[in-house]
Ligand binder design. Structure first.
Ligand code: RFL
Ligand code: PHB
Length: 386
């Protein structure tokens, strides 16, 4: 096979890039390791910045988002039971939208045939070749049969565990946190009209939603904890304690339809380009989910990368591709900072003493009483400008 851009990975980054390039008439093929069913069933992020909703609107892929997405004008912090509303629209004029990553992925896959976007599912042994030459290639197997795609450019959108990052051979900056999030999805009405981030002496808790009848909740757990040890009752008890009485009053309990533990980490790989290979999304960076930035960073990478590739293919302009890595990394590092800051502020760290805990309390009390501090959180939460 021959194409202009071979895209590794059919997560949000790969699918958004594919649609952006197809809209500009650029040929591309997406090669994905797993099945369509698997990609569509991964429960992950749920809060979209305007960066993401604007991109979906530009691509004409926001029909369902416009109907089913839930606009949020603010977010809510809780400091040991004390509720701190943070107005996003009031200070930024913009809002965020609750709409699941699973729904975005499904919309993008459903729209692929009409856009002429080919996706090859269940590709085995995907390998990148000759990225330093003008003729890179991807090899893989489908049903045991060896395949090759010759291309002009490879886009590595294969997430944290894919092969693209290693092919760049860059440098890594990494922080693992001494805890993870236990997440539960349940078909019950959300407890609050906005996302709630709660700091409590027993640890962090988060209340989010997917629809008026589907809630997503998380509690901080130690890295040694196992899902099997968390019955639904234990989860709901712990969640309500940490959310505090004012928010817990709204909680409706119900059976969990998904329950899993995700570790938290911060990670950046630099640079994001080598020769004809470009990285985007989780392949290049991971943020802890506090701040809801992982999915949204994938969208901003794709805005930059698609602009760069379209400039190159359509007009022979190499400024965009040459500047891609530096441009994307500036926004990535600021978003890494915000995600790390909110993680550090809201979680219970096992080695923290009374002083560190008092600092968290003091900072949350400052936020509760300072319009400037709230505006800074709102500005970052809604998404920094492109
Ligand atoms: P993805 O979504 O991981 O997609 C990468 C795709 O590449 C495929 N792949 C390969 N394909 C071909 N050959 C190979 N050798 C391949 N190796 C891998 C994978 O199968 C997959 O389909 O990365 P992308 O597109 O960059 O999108 C990024 C987002 O998915 C990610 O940032 C967020 O989901 C992160 N994240 C969360 N972000 C939030 O903002 N809020 C959350 O609540 C939240 N929860 C999560 C998350 C990420 C999780 N991961 C990665 C395990 C919960 C989890 C469990
Ligand atoms: C979610 O809805 O899954 C969610 C919301 C906000 C976050 C992380 C996850 O910060």
């Amino acid at each position: 096979m021959k194409t202009q851009v071979a895209i590794v990975g059919a997560g949000p980054a790969g699918l958004l890039l594919g649609h952006s390039l197809r809209q500009a008439g650029i040929a591309c093929i997406v090669v994905e390791r797993t099945s369509r069913a698997r990609v569509e069933s991964r429960i992950r992020a749920g809060i979209l910045e305007a960066t993401m909703t604007d991109l979906l609107a530009r691509l004409g892929l926001d029909a369902r988002l416009k109907v089913e997405g839930l606009p949020h004008d603010g977010l809510t912090l809780v400091n040991d039971g004390a509720v701190i509303p943070v107005d996003i629209v009031g200070s930024t004029g913009k809002h965020v939208t609750a709409y699941g990553q699973t729904e975005i992925t499904r919309d993008l896959i459903d729209a692929a045939p009409a856009a002429g976007l080919d996706i090859i599912w269940e590709a085995g042994d995907v390998a990148l070749h000759d990225v330093d030459s003008d003729h890179p290639a991807l090899t893989f197997t489908v049903d045991g049969v060896a395949q090759t795609i010759e291309c002009d450019v490879i886009a590595g959108c294969d997430g944290f565990h894919g092969p693209s990052r290693a092919a760049i051979g860059g440098t890594y900056c990494d922080r693992a946190y001494p805890f993870g999030w236990l997440g539960v999805l349940a078909d019950v009405a959300p407890c609050h009209h906005e996302v709630v981030y709660a700091s409590h002496d027993r640890g962090f808790a988060l209340a989010s939603m997917r629809s008026p009848t589907r809630s997503r909740y998380y509690v901080q757990v130690g890295n040694d904890e196992r899902v099997e040890d968390w019955s639904d009752d234990r989860f709901w008890d712990e969640l309500e304690t940490r959310l505090g009485p004012d928010i817990a009053r709204g909680v409706t309990r119900g059976p969990s339809i998904e329950k899993s533990i995700a570790p938290l980490r911060s990670f950046v790989s630099e640079p994001m380009r080598r020769g004809r290979l470009f990285l985007a999304g989780d392949a290049a960076h991971i943020v802890p989910p506090t701040g809801a930035k992982g999915l949204n960073l994938a969208a901003s990478d794709i805005v930059y990368l698609s602009e760069a590739l379209i400039g190159w293919f359509a007009r022979g302009d190499t400024a965009g591709v040459d500047g891609y890595s530096a441009r994307a990394l500036r926004r990535i590092w600021k978003t890494e900072r915000f995600s790390w800051y909110l993680t550090s502020l809201m979680h219970r760290f096992p080695d923290a003493g009374p002083f560190e805990r008092r600092m968290q309390h003091a900072e949350l009390d400052y936020i509760a009483t300072s319009a400037a501090a709230q505006a800074s959180i709102a500005e970052n939460y809604v998404g920094l400008p492109l």
